[in-house]
Design a protein around this ligand. Sequence first.
Ligand code: ADP
Ligand code: MG
Length: 322
Amino acid sequence: DQLVNQIAAGEVVERPASALKELLENSLDAGAENIGVELAAGGTKLIKVIDDGIGIEREDLALALHRHATSKIRDFDDLQKVATLGFRGEGLASIASVSRMTLTSRFNGAAHAWRIESDHGRLHDAEPAALAVGTTIEVHDLYYQTPARRKFLKSDSTEFAHCEDMVKRLALANPDKQFTLIHNNRASLRVMRGDVLKRCAALLGDEFAQSAVQVEERAGPLRLWGLAGSPTLSKGTRDAQYFFVNGRFVRDKVIAHALREAYRDVLHHDRHAAYCLFLELDPEGVDVNVHPTKIEVRFRESQAIYGFMLRSLTKALAATKA
Ligand code: ADP
Ligand code: MG
Protein backbone atom coordinates (compact mmCIF):
# COMPACT_ATOMS: atom_id res chain seq x y z
CA ASP A 1 0.00 0.00 0.00
CA GLN A 2 2.89 2.32 0.85
CA LEU A 3 4.41 1.74 -2.56
CA VAL A 4 1.06 2.36 -4.25
CA ASN A 5 0.83 5.65 -2.36
CA GLN A 6 4.31 6.67 -3.38
CA ILE A 7 3.60 5.90 -7.01
CA ALA A 8 0.36 7.85 -6.80
CA ALA A 9 2.35 10.65 -5.18
CA GLY A 10 4.51 10.86 -8.27
CA GLU A 11 1.36 11.51 -10.30
CA VAL A 12 -0.39 13.86 -7.94
CA VAL A 13 2.47 15.56 -6.14
CA GLU A 14 4.89 16.63 -8.78
CA ARG A 15 6.35 19.41 -6.64
CA PRO A 16 5.53 21.46 -3.53
CA ALA A 17 3.03 23.55 -5.48
CA SER A 18 1.00 20.45 -6.38
CA ALA A 19 0.90 19.35 -2.74
CA LEU A 20 -0.17 22.87 -1.84
CA LYS A 21 -2.94 22.70 -4.43
CA GLU A 22 -4.35 19.52 -2.88
CA LEU A 23 -4.28 21.07 0.59
CA LEU A 24 -5.88 24.35 -0.51
CA GLU A 25 -8.63 22.56 -2.44
CA ASN A 26 -9.41 20.49 0.65
CA SER A 27 -9.64 23.67 2.74
CA LEU A 28 -12.02 25.21 0.22
CA ASP A 29 -14.06 22.00 0.11
CA ALA A 30 -14.28 22.20 3.92
CA GLY A 31 -15.89 25.63 3.64
CA ALA A 32 -12.94 27.63 4.95
CA GLU A 33 -13.24 31.43 4.86
CA ASN A 34 -9.68 32.18 5.92
CA ILE A 35 -6.78 30.21 4.60
CA GLY A 36 -3.21 30.78 5.70
CA VAL A 37 -0.19 29.29 3.99
CA GLU A 38 3.29 29.15 5.43
CA LEU A 39 6.20 27.84 3.44
CA ALA A 40 9.87 27.27 4.15
CA ALA A 41 12.51 26.77 1.47
CA GLY A 42 10.03 26.99 -1.41
CA GLY A 43 7.80 24.43 0.27
CA THR A 44 10.45 21.71 0.27
CA LYS A 45 11.07 22.03 4.02
CA LEU A 46 7.59 23.03 5.08
CA ILE A 47 4.14 23.52 3.61
CA LYS A 48 1.66 24.53 6.26
CA VAL A 49 -1.99 25.26 5.54
CA ILE A 50 -4.22 26.65 8.26
CA ASP A 51 -7.94 26.85 7.64
CA ASP A 52 -11.12 27.65 9.52
CA GLY A 53 -13.24 25.08 7.72
CA ILE A 54 -15.55 22.51 9.27
CA GLY A 55 -12.69 20.35 10.57
CA ILE A 56 -12.29 16.58 10.71
CA GLU A 57 -13.78 14.36 13.39
CA ARG A 58 -11.40 12.32 15.49
CA GLU A 59 -12.52 9.00 14.02
CA ASP A 60 -11.97 10.32 10.49
CA LEU A 61 -8.45 11.67 11.06
CA ALA A 62 -6.60 8.46 10.22
CA LEU A 63 -9.06 7.71 7.42
CA ALA A 64 -8.29 11.05 5.81
CA LEU A 65 -4.72 9.84 5.29
CA HIS A 66 -5.84 6.62 3.62
CA ARG A 67 -6.06 6.30 -0.08
CA HIS A 68 -9.61 6.32 -1.42
CA ALA A 69 -11.00 6.10 2.10
CA THR A 70 -12.93 9.31 1.72
CA SER A 71 -13.44 9.89 -1.94
CA LYS A 72 -15.94 12.64 -2.46
CA ILE A 73 -17.53 10.78 -5.36
CA ARG A 74 -20.75 9.37 -4.02
CA ASP A 75 -22.50 8.39 -7.20
CA PHE A 76 -22.17 8.48 -10.94
CA ASP A 77 -23.70 11.92 -11.05
CA ASP A 78 -20.83 13.28 -8.96
CA LEU A 79 -18.40 11.75 -11.37
CA GLN A 80 -20.12 13.52 -14.22
CA LYS A 81 -20.32 16.88 -12.57
CA VAL A 82 -17.26 16.85 -10.34
CA ALA A 83 -19.07 19.05 -7.89
CA THR A 84 -16.21 19.48 -5.45
CA LEU A 85 -12.60 20.25 -6.22
CA GLY A 86 -11.05 17.11 -4.79
CA PHE A 87 -12.67 13.85 -5.67
CA ARG A 88 -10.02 11.21 -5.96
CA GLY A 89 -9.54 10.46 -2.30
CA GLU A 90 -5.81 10.12 -2.66
CA GLY A 91 -4.40 13.61 -2.20
CA LEU A 92 -3.52 13.43 1.46
CA ALA A 93 -2.43 9.79 1.35
CA SER A 94 -0.09 10.57 -1.52
CA ILE A 95 1.47 13.57 0.17
CA ALA A 96 1.74 11.73 3.49
CA SER A 97 3.59 8.86 1.83
CA VAL A 98 6.45 11.12 0.73
CA SER A 99 6.78 13.45 3.71
CA ARG A 100 6.36 13.82 7.44
CA MET A 101 2.87 15.14 7.97
CA THR A 102 1.09 16.54 10.97
CA LEU A 103 -2.67 16.83 10.72
CA THR A 104 -4.40 18.78 13.47
CA SER A 105 -8.10 19.37 13.33
CA ARG A 106 -10.99 20.45 15.47
CA PHE A 107 -14.38 19.49 14.17
CA ASN A 108 -17.13 22.04 14.44
CA GLY A 109 -18.74 21.35 17.85
CA ALA A 110 -15.89 19.26 19.29
CA ALA A 111 -14.50 20.15 22.73
CA HIS A 112 -10.93 20.25 21.48
CA ALA A 113 -8.74 19.34 18.55
CA TRP A 114 -6.92 16.09 17.73
CA ARG A 115 -3.56 15.67 16.11
CA ILE A 116 -2.20 12.78 14.14
CA GLU A 117 1.29 12.41 12.79
CA SER A 118 2.44 10.42 9.84
CA ASP A 119 6.03 9.55 9.04
CA HIS A 120 6.12 8.61 5.37
CA GLY A 121 2.72 7.01 5.68
CA ARG A 122 3.28 5.34 9.06
CA LEU A 123 0.63 6.73 11.36
CA HIS A 124 1.04 7.50 15.05
CA ASP A 125 -1.90 7.47 17.46
CA ALA A 126 -4.11 10.54 17.59
CA GLU A 127 -3.44 12.88 20.52
CA PRO A 128 -5.49 15.71 21.93
CA ALA A 129 -4.38 19.13 20.77
CA ALA A 130 -5.32 22.79 21.00
CA LEU A 131 -6.76 24.50 17.94
CA ALA A 132 -9.72 26.65 16.99
CA VAL A 133 -12.33 24.99 14.77
CA GLY A 134 -10.67 24.11 11.49
CA THR A 135 -7.70 22.19 10.21
CA THR A 136 -3.97 22.75 10.14
CA ILE A 137 -1.77 20.51 8.04
CA GLU A 138 2.00 20.60 8.07
CA VAL A 139 4.00 18.84 5.42
CA HIS A 140 7.66 18.56 6.32
CA ASP A 141 10.55 17.58 4.08
CA LEU A 142 8.64 16.62 0.97
CA TYR A 143 10.54 13.94 -0.97
CA TYR A 144 13.54 13.86 1.43
CA GLN A 145 13.33 10.09 1.45
CA THR A 146 12.61 9.81 -2.25
CA PRO A 147 15.84 11.06 -3.84
CA ALA A 148 14.76 10.01 -7.34
CA ARG A 149 11.88 12.46 -7.07
CA ARG A 150 13.72 15.04 -5.09
CA LYS A 151 16.28 15.60 -7.77
CA PHE A 152 13.56 16.94 -10.08
CA LEU A 153 12.85 19.81 -7.73
CA LYS A 154 14.23 23.16 -8.82
CA SER A 155 15.73 25.90 -6.68
CA ASP A 156 13.81 27.06 -3.63
CA SER A 157 12.95 30.32 -5.35
CA THR A 158 11.53 28.52 -8.40
CA GLU A 159 9.51 26.16 -6.22
CA PHE A 160 8.27 29.13 -4.24
CA ALA A 161 7.24 30.92 -7.46
CA HIS A 162 5.14 27.87 -8.40
CA CYS A 163 3.56 27.85 -4.94
CA GLU A 164 2.81 31.55 -5.10
CA ASP A 165 1.18 31.13 -8.50
CA MET A 166 -0.93 28.29 -7.12
CA VAL A 167 -2.15 30.50 -4.28
CA LYS A 168 -2.94 33.24 -6.79
CA ARG A 169 -4.95 30.88 -8.99
CA LEU A 170 -7.08 29.73 -6.09
CA ALA A 171 -7.35 33.23 -4.68
CA LEU A 172 -8.56 34.59 -8.04
CA ALA A 173 -11.13 31.81 -8.32
CA ASN A 174 -12.31 32.39 -4.73
CA PRO A 175 -12.37 36.15 -4.15
CA ASP A 176 -14.80 35.79 -1.25
CA LYS A 177 -12.15 33.99 0.81
CA GLN A 178 -9.19 35.49 2.59
CA PHE A 179 -5.71 34.19 1.77
CA THR A 180 -2.33 34.88 3.28
CA LEU A 181 1.01 33.52 2.19
CA ILE A 182 4.22 33.60 4.20
CA HIS A 183 7.54 32.37 2.86
CA ASN A 184 10.59 31.90 5.08
CA ASN A 185 8.82 33.94 7.76
CA ARG A 186 8.18 36.85 5.43
CA ALA A 187 4.70 37.92 4.35
CA SER A 188 4.47 37.62 0.59
CA LEU A 189 0.76 37.89 -0.16
CA ARG A 190 -2.36 38.90 1.70
CA VAL A 191 -5.80 39.37 0.19
CA MET A 192 -8.99 40.29 1.97
CA ARG A 193 -12.40 39.11 0.86
CA GLY A 194 -13.83 41.16 -1.98
CA ASP A 195 -14.96 40.88 -5.58
CA VAL A 196 -13.02 39.52 -8.53
CA LEU A 197 -12.06 42.92 -9.87
CA LYS A 198 -10.58 44.02 -6.57
CA ARG A 199 -8.79 40.73 -6.29
CA CYS A 200 -7.36 41.06 -9.80
CA ALA A 201 -6.02 44.47 -8.89
CA ALA A 202 -4.52 43.10 -5.68
CA LEU A 203 -2.89 40.09 -7.31
CA LEU A 204 -2.14 41.21 -10.85
CA GLY A 205 -1.31 44.81 -10.02
CA ASP A 206 -2.81 48.23 -10.62
CA GLU A 207 -1.21 48.57 -14.03
CA PHE A 208 -3.15 45.53 -15.16
CA ALA A 209 -6.41 46.43 -13.46
CA GLN A 210 -6.46 50.00 -14.78
CA SER A 211 -5.71 49.17 -18.39
CA ALA A 212 -7.71 45.96 -18.65
CA VAL A 213 -10.92 45.63 -20.59
CA GLN A 214 -13.91 44.29 -18.75
CA VAL A 215 -15.48 41.30 -20.48
CA GLU A 216 -19.05 40.18 -19.86
CA GLU A 217 -20.73 38.11 -22.54
CA ARG A 218 -23.37 35.44 -22.54
CA ALA A 219 -24.75 33.09 -25.15
CA GLY A 220 -27.21 30.49 -23.94
CA PRO A 221 -25.49 28.48 -21.20
CA LEU A 222 -22.12 30.09 -21.94
CA ARG A 223 -20.75 33.03 -20.03
CA LEU A 224 -17.35 34.68 -20.36
CA TRP A 225 -16.38 37.37 -17.91
CA GLY A 226 -13.38 38.95 -16.27
CA LEU A 227 -10.56 41.20 -17.39
CA ALA A 228 -8.53 41.15 -20.58
CA GLY A 229 -5.31 43.13 -20.23
CA SER A 230 -3.63 45.39 -22.70
CA PRO A 231 -0.77 43.77 -24.64
CA THR A 232 1.41 46.83 -24.04
CA LEU A 233 1.87 46.21 -20.33
CA SER A 234 5.35 45.90 -18.92
CA LYS A 235 6.94 42.50 -19.14
CA GLY A 236 6.32 41.05 -15.68
CA THR A 237 2.68 42.12 -15.68
CA ARG A 238 2.04 40.80 -19.18
CA ASP A 239 2.82 37.25 -18.16
CA ALA A 240 -0.07 36.92 -15.74
CA GLN A 241 -2.49 34.67 -17.58
CA TYR A 242 -5.33 33.12 -15.68
CA PHE A 243 -8.20 31.28 -17.24
CA PHE A 244 -10.84 29.45 -15.26
CA VAL A 245 -13.48 27.04 -16.47
CA ASN A 246 -16.31 26.67 -13.97
CA GLY A 247 -14.06 28.08 -11.29
CA ARG A 248 -11.13 25.82 -12.04
CA PHE A 249 -7.81 27.04 -13.38
CA VAL A 250 -7.08 25.46 -16.74
CA ARG A 251 -4.73 25.69 -19.66
CA ASP A 252 -6.32 24.87 -22.96
CA LYS A 253 -5.34 25.12 -26.60
CA VAL A 254 -8.80 26.11 -27.82
CA ILE A 255 -8.95 28.98 -25.37
CA ALA A 256 -5.38 30.11 -26.00
CA HIS A 257 -6.07 30.12 -29.70
CA ALA A 258 -9.25 32.21 -29.36
CA LEU A 259 -7.40 34.71 -27.18
CA ARG A 260 -4.52 35.00 -29.62
CA GLU A 261 -6.86 35.48 -32.58
CA ALA A 262 -8.91 38.16 -30.82
CA TYR A 263 -5.83 40.15 -29.84
CA ARG A 264 -4.42 39.84 -33.32
CA ASP A 265 -7.66 40.78 -35.11
CA VAL A 266 -8.57 43.74 -32.96
CA LEU A 267 -5.34 45.12 -31.57
CA HIS A 268 -2.99 43.76 -34.24
CA HIS A 269 -0.80 42.43 -31.51
CA ASP A 270 1.00 39.13 -31.63
CA ARG A 271 2.42 39.54 -28.19
CA HIS A 272 0.47 37.73 -25.51
CA ALA A 273 -1.37 39.82 -22.97
CA ALA A 274 -2.25 39.33 -19.33
CA TYR A 275 -5.79 38.28 -18.56
CA CYS A 276 -7.98 36.89 -15.85
CA LEU A 277 -11.03 35.35 -17.47
CA PHE A 278 -13.75 33.04 -16.33
CA LEU A 279 -15.69 30.77 -18.64
CA GLU A 280 -18.83 29.22 -17.32
CA LEU A 281 -20.78 26.50 -19.03
CA ASP A 282 -22.96 23.53 -18.30
CA PRO A 283 -20.73 21.08 -16.35
CA GLU A 284 -21.82 18.31 -18.73
CA GLY A 285 -20.20 20.21 -21.57
CA VAL A 286 -16.70 19.88 -20.20
CA ASP A 287 -14.59 16.97 -19.07
CA VAL A 288 -12.12 18.10 -16.42
CA ASN A 289 -10.93 14.65 -15.52
CA VAL A 290 -8.38 14.36 -18.30
CA HIS A 291 -5.31 14.34 -16.08
CA PRO A 292 -4.81 13.81 -12.34
CA THR A 293 -3.53 17.33 -11.86
CA LYS A 294 -6.63 18.53 -13.70
CA ILE A 295 -5.15 21.55 -15.41
CA GLU A 296 -6.38 20.42 -18.81
CA VAL A 297 -9.98 20.16 -19.93
CA ARG A 298 -11.80 18.69 -22.86
CA PHE A 299 -14.82 20.49 -24.27
CA ARG A 300 -17.64 18.49 -25.79
CA GLU A 301 -18.17 21.18 -28.39
CA SER A 302 -14.86 22.89 -28.68
CA GLN A 303 -15.76 24.64 -31.94
CA ALA A 304 -18.73 26.32 -30.30
CA ILE A 305 -16.58 27.34 -27.33
CA TYR A 306 -13.93 28.69 -29.64
CA GLY A 307 -16.48 30.72 -31.62
CA PHE A 308 -18.07 32.12 -28.49
CA MET A 309 -14.70 33.07 -27.01
CA LEU A 310 -13.55 34.74 -30.17
CA ARG A 311 -16.78 36.72 -30.61
CA SER A 312 -16.87 37.79 -26.97
CA LEU A 313 -13.24 38.87 -26.80
CA THR A 314 -13.35 40.62 -30.16
CA LYS A 315 -16.37 42.59 -29.06
CA ALA A 316 -14.87 43.54 -25.70
CA LEU A 317 -11.51 44.55 -27.15
CA ALA A 318 -13.09 46.46 -30.05
CA ALA A 319 -15.26 48.48 -27.66
CA THR A 320 -12.18 49.97 -26.04
CA LYS A 321 -10.74 51.02 -29.41
CA ALA A 322 -13.84 52.95 -30.44
P1 ADP B 1 -10.44 14.03 -1.37
O1 ADP B 1 -10.25 15.52 -1.23
O2 ADP B 1 -10.31 13.59 -2.78
O3 ADP B 1 -11.64 13.50 -0.68
P2 ADP B 1 -8.02 13.94 0.15
O4 ADP B 1 -7.01 12.86 0.34
O5 ADP B 1 -7.57 15.22 -0.42
O6 ADP B 1 -9.21 13.33 -0.68
O7 ADP B 1 -8.70 14.25 1.55
C1 ADP B 1 -9.25 13.18 2.28
C2 ADP B 1 -10.39 13.62 3.18
O8 ADP B 1 -9.88 14.30 4.32
C3 ADP B 1 -11.36 14.57 2.55
O9 ADP B 1 -12.36 13.90 1.83
C4 ADP B 1 -11.94 15.28 3.77
O10 ADP B 1 -12.97 14.52 4.32
C5 ADP B 1 -10.78 15.29 4.73
N1 ADP B 1 -10.05 16.58 4.71
C6 ADP B 1 -8.86 16.82 4.11
N2 ADP B 1 -8.46 18.08 4.32
C7 ADP B 1 -9.43 18.68 5.04
C8 ADP B 1 -9.63 20.00 5.57
N3 ADP B 1 -8.71 20.98 5.38
N4 ADP B 1 -10.76 20.24 6.27
C9 ADP B 1 -11.67 19.26 6.48
N5 ADP B 1 -11.55 18.00 6.01
C10 ADP B 1 -10.45 17.70 5.30
MG1 MG C 1 -8.53 16.54 -1.80
